[in-house]
Design a binder for this molecule. Structure first.
Ligand code: AMP
Ligand code: MG
Length: 339
């Protein structure tokens, strides 16, 4: 067990401490606008190997490399298509990850043996400051134990990884709350691998053609290859069995109230007062961005209720709702009940 130091993103000396730890090959949990990332020097295979060990991450699941300046991109990849430059000018810095053919400097630990690399330019000032002060591109997957909901506060990171990593930089709660949108430009047409804060609608207004990878909405068939290896693993699951209920608000309320034994509701704020089981709210029905911000904390809080079944209402699939749905359907192990 090591002692995990709690650093403050508001203090320049703490930013410098985080950068120093990273330069020496250590691991630091850093805030970003999406979720907290577990950062290491992306050019140091040994440092990146420690990320997999701390998280219990399957070694075939590649890492996203974080940069603080568009110029850094050209040192990490072989080619930058025109579409990527367009997307970067619209959505970087921000919650968008793009996949490129990788340059030779990317260690195998980062690309997990693929010939591509995922790159993102985060907008969070503390993430940018740590990247800048370290002078390094930083590999940073979500700073949770693999399989747990991604962390949106420094406390979530400490809960999962305290004693296993060198430090956590506390920058408060994340503003987006779900992991970045992942799009690959290493194939034609570009393909959305994971929905996030930059929406499919926004991507389609910037690019002529974007296809939605089938794994965004559906479980992989046995033996099917995942375009994004992370899609094939069980994710975000609380201890209880989550079931998504697809139907109107009235049907949802009456179904849940008729099945009160050992159950809780993962519900919209306005549904709470009409439910007779314990509830955890994850935002307003009409506000998918609020749902995105609250979902992972809500999934963690469900564990404290000690129930065996959780009923969640199926969100709408447009805008950021697609990203909320993509995480919830995985938390539910794709179990949906049509009402
Ligand atoms: P995380 O940072 O924990 O949210 O996980 C990063 C996600 O990006 C995972 O789903 C990875 O499988 C995906 N990813 C990272 N690099 C690549 C790549 N080169 N090709 C396809 N997917 C990638
Ligand atoms: Mg993750």
């Amino acid at each position: 067990m090591k002692h995990t130091v709690l650093l403050r993103a508001s203090q320049q000396e703490d930013i410098l401490t985080a950068a120093q730890i990273l330069k020496e090959g250590g691991l630091v949990g850093i805030p970003t606008e999406t979720v907290y990332g577990l950062a290491a020097n992306a050019l140091d295979g040994n440092a990146c190997a420690k990320i997999f060990a701390a998280k219990g991450r399957p070694v075939d699941n590649p890492l996203i490399v974080h940069i603080c300046d568009i110029k850094q991109l050209y040192t990490l990849v072989r080619t930058v298509p025109q579409e990527a430059e367009n997307l970067a000018s619209l959505y970087w810095p921000g919650p968008l990850t793009m996949i490129f053919p990788k340059a030779d400097c990317i260690p195998d630990e980062v690309s997990a043996g693929l010939d591509t690399v995922a790159v993102r330019f985060p907008s969070h000032p503390a993430a940018q400051a740590v990247i800048r002060e370290s002078g390094l591109p930083l590999a940073a997957p979500s700073a949770n134990l693999s399989g747990r909901p991604s962390p949106t506060t420094a406390q979530h990171v400490l809960h999962d990884l305290g004693g296993k990593i060198d430090a956590v930089l506390d920058g408060g709660a994340c503003s987006v709350g779900l992991e970045s949108t992942v799009i690959t430009l290493a194939c034609t047409p570009p393909r959305l691998l994971r929905p996030g804060g930059v929406t499919l609608e926004q991507l389609r207004s910037a690019l002529e053609n974007v296809i939605l990878d089938p794994a965004v909405l559906n479980p992989l068939e046995a033996g099917e290859q995942a375009a994004s290896p992370g899609m094939k693993y069980k994710h975000y699951a609380p201890k209880a069995n989550v079931i998504l209920l697809d139907g109107s608000r009235e049907k949802y309320l009456s179904y849940v109230n008729a099945h009160p034994t050992n159950a809780a509701a993962l519900c919209y704020t306005e549904d709470k007062e009409f439910l007779s089981v314990p509830t955890v709210c994850y935002g307003n029905e009409k506000d998918p961005s609020e749902q995105a911000r609250e979902l992972f904390d809500a999934l963690r809080r469900l564990d404290d209720l000690g129930v065996t079944t959780v009923f969640a209402r199926q969100p709408k699939l447009d805008g950021v709702g697609l990203a909320v749905y993509n995480r919830l359907i995985r938390a539910a192990g794709f179990e949906v009940l049509k009402l």
